[in-house]
Design a protein around this ligand. Structure first.
Ligand code: HEC
Length: 122
């Protein structure tokens, strides 16, 4: 049996570890969806369409069709992969890099909104 004080200490250490883990996770996880939506509508909808079907007003005039986020081809890609595309763009494509015009946090928010759209119908 441990003395009472060390049991208390172990318990306190456990609790602070748990709290620590929770606060790290809290910073990582929830993207700001309303902010992502506003960014998407300002910067992305003209090509990708209001609801992400790749049918924005400028889509028809582009040499390369904007990604339709509802297709499995796009849907099955990881967040990291899509985020890399948003950050760095695609060579020889109208999809240019957003690093420099959007912050990392903004890109994460806009990606979260893209993911939300891809789960919704027309
Ligand atoms: C000028 C038109 C245009 C704008 C504006 C635009 N995109 Fe794109 N985007 C494209 C095109 C075209 C592709 C497909 C490129 C290809 O396949 O070569 C694409 C591809 C992507 C992909 C990759 C999808 C996949 O399945 O690999 C993501 C993610 C993406 N765009 C996100 C965004 C976001 C987020 C914004 C706004 C911040 C944005 N795009 C703005 C034209 C645009």
């Amino acid at each position: 049996m441990m003395p009472k004080t060390s049991r208390t200490l172990v318990f306190a250490a456990g609790v602070s570890l748990l709290l620590c883990t929770l606060s790290v996770a809290a910073q990582d996880l929830p993207a700001d969806l309303p902010r992502g939506k506003a960014l998407y509508q300002n910067h992305c909808a003209s090509c990708h369409g209001q609801t992400g079907w790749g049918d924005g007003p400028t889509a028809a005039s582009l040499r390369v069709a904007p990604a339709n986020f509802h297709l499995f081809r796009s849907f099955l890609k990881s967040d990291e992969e899509l985020l890399r595309t948003i950050e760095h763009g695609i060579v020889f494509s109208p999809m240019h890099a957003w690093t420099g015009s959007l912050t990392e946090g903004q890109m994460i928010d806009v990606l979260a909104y893209v993911r939300l759209l891809s789960q919704q119908g027309k």
